[in-house]
Each structure stands twice: as structure tokens, then as C-alpha cells.
Design a protein around this ligand. Sequence first.
Ligand SMILES: Nc1nc2c(ncn2[C@@H]2O[C@H](COP(=O)(O)OP(=O)(O)OP(=O)(O)O)[C@@H](O)[C@H]2O)c(=O)[nH]1
Ligand SMILES: [Mg+2]
Length: 347
Amino acid sequence: MKKCKGCGALLQNENSLEKGFTPRTEVDLCQRCFRINHYDDLTKSYKGDFDNFDILNSVSEIDGLILWVVDLFDFESNIVAGLNRHLLNKDIIMVGTKRDLLPDTVGSQKLLTFIQRRLKFHGISVLEILFVGDHGYDGREEVLKAIDLYRNNRDVVIMGQANAGKSTLINAIAESDLTISRYPGTTLDLIMIDKNEYKIYDTPGLIRKDNMQYYVSDHDLKKIIPSKVKPIVFQVSKATSFAIGGLVRVDVEVKDKSSVVFYVNQSLNIHRGSLNKADELWQQHKGELLKPISEGEYKFVADLKILSDNYDLVINGLGFVNFKGQIKSLKVQINEEVSVIVREAII
Ligand SMILES: Nc1nc2c(ncn2[C@@H]2O[C@H](COP(=O)(O)OP(=O)(O)OP(=O)(O)O)[C@@H](O)[C@H]2O)c(=O)[nH]1
Ligand SMILES: [Mg+2]
């Protein structure tokens, strides 16, 4: 049986709702990949169908150097807990992607120090940390050099969270034609690319269920995935409530004048109002004026620790909010499954 060259699914002409469907199996691409390539269209998101354990198992079965691909913008939700335990005795290089989504003011050295501290915090160790941007083209040579340096006659396996930019990176370094899309869950099975001296394997992305992208409809995904980011700055001097669409409500009380900057998809609407009117607004307008919303129940998070006078509130899958100044309290309302954390500021 032949595999689709775009997503790795076995080609079949029996069930149009299943992976790998094509009316004519003599072609190279399944219908879904064809539609993504030509119409930027997602007929079905497979984001719920993967088993992280199976994916990590198939990665560790290959005798290869591992490129762990990490979306720098969505860094916290790209962390794979216990990475070194899952990939015992493997050589791992971290490749941070989407460097271009972070402001230029974040210099490479600062970013590197930040990442090293966060990896230490999460108990992850890697041989080297590299950054790429511009869809893998900015930083491509460094990745190829690192592969040469660490490969030791082995093949190369790319792994990481869904939508991190794994297939994009392979296309940049191996001039391949893997299907890429703005939606998570594009690559469906292991794909081998023969680069003559060695093979590069693409893998399906790992899925985290504490990620906002998991709880919005396929239709709204486009609006929330951080593909275009323009920071939105607010000055705050009294108790204020912000709403990111109807997805997240952030209530802030300040001791002193502070700045609050949102780094989320620029098409999301950020509503600002006074805290004492926020309950009413949220109850009346969530889902209408305040949209999109997520599926399922919302929780109230009130015990967020304020770390310093410059820190980020990270909302997995959505982006982050930076606070500079003396903040008295910070409370969040959000889908009950989605993780929010505070960390030292990346910027
Ligand atoms: N801005 C920016 N976007 C990028 C970069 N690299 C990848 N992307 C975008 O990220 C999205 C996901 O890319 P893919 O290569 O499909 O990601 P993947 O990790 O293979 O995803 P799965 O197959 O679902 O696991 C696409 O919209 C890419 O265009 C980058 O360096 N900068
Ligand atoms: Mg992919």
C-alpha cells in the first residue's frame, strides 16, 4: 500500500471520511492534502485522534538524532513533560521555530538564556538549542550544520507538538513537499524523506489537551492560532477587566500605573472595561459581542502568583500577556481544561 506523500496516511479509496482517502489511489496525495495545498481548506481536523505515547514510541524506535521542534511563541504548551525519560539515551537538539513572531527586541542571547532557564525548570536537557524563523529558511544552515555535527551516521527524526512547524522545517532543510497547514494535526503518520546521505523522518504532532486550540471549533481555529501577532498595549491605573474575545477574561488590580501588553492573534478582539462592570458584561455578551468562545465549562483562576514587576501570563495555545509594573492581583476566567501559568517575561 502506498502512503500519501504529504501527510503519511495510507492511501485508500473506500471511505471518504477516513484518513488517506482519494478517489484514485494511483496519485501521490490524498484528497485532504490536495485541498489543504490548493484551498487552505481543512476538511477534518484530526486533532483528537492521536496517541502521544504511540508517537513517542515510534520516535524512539528509530536509531536517529532527534530534532525536537518547539514553537517559540507558544513555548510553554510545546514542552513535552519527561522528554528525556520518553526518549531514553537519545541525542536531542531543540529547534525553536517561528522566531519571526517574537519582536526583534528579543535578542538571540536573551532568548537563549530564557529558554535554558525554562528547560531547566521543566527538567529537560538537550545537546544544543537553535532558532529558526521565516518558515525554516532563517537559520536553515545552522540546523544542517548541527545535523552534520551530531548525527554520527544515524538518521534524523523530527518530533514535537502539533503545529510547531516540523514539516515546514523539513521542507526547508530537505527541499521536500510535505503538507503544511495552519491547523494542528496535519501530518498523520510517519513519513520518510531520503536525503541521500541520511533519512529524515517526519512524525505526527503531539497533542496537549490543556491547549486552547483543542476547545474551539474548526471554524474559529483560524482566528485564534497565533499566526500573525501585533502586540496591543494598554496602560492601567485602576481595577480593570480585559476580555480576549469570549475566550479569556483577565481581571487586574494595580498598586501603581502598569502596562499590560497582549501577544495574541491580531484578529482577536481585546475588550477593556472597568472591573466593577465586568461580571455584567461577561454574562450578557459572552458569545455575542465577546467572541469567539471555547466549548465546555469555564473555570475561575484566582491563585496566580505575581512573580516580579515584569512577567507573562501564558495561555496555552493562544499566546501570552505581559505585565510591567506593580500588580496587586490577577484573576482569570478560562476554559476549565486549559492551563494558564505565570513565568518570567520572555520580552
Ligand atoms: N510565522 C511563522 N510560521 C511558521 C514558521 N514555521 C512554520 N510556520 C507555520 O506554522 C504552521 C504549522 O506548520 P507545520 O509545518 O504544518 O507544523 P507541524 O509541526 O508539521 O504540524 P503537525 O503536522 O500538525 O504536527 C503553518 O501555518 C506554518 O506556515 C515560522 O518560522 N514562522
Ligand atoms: Mg506536520
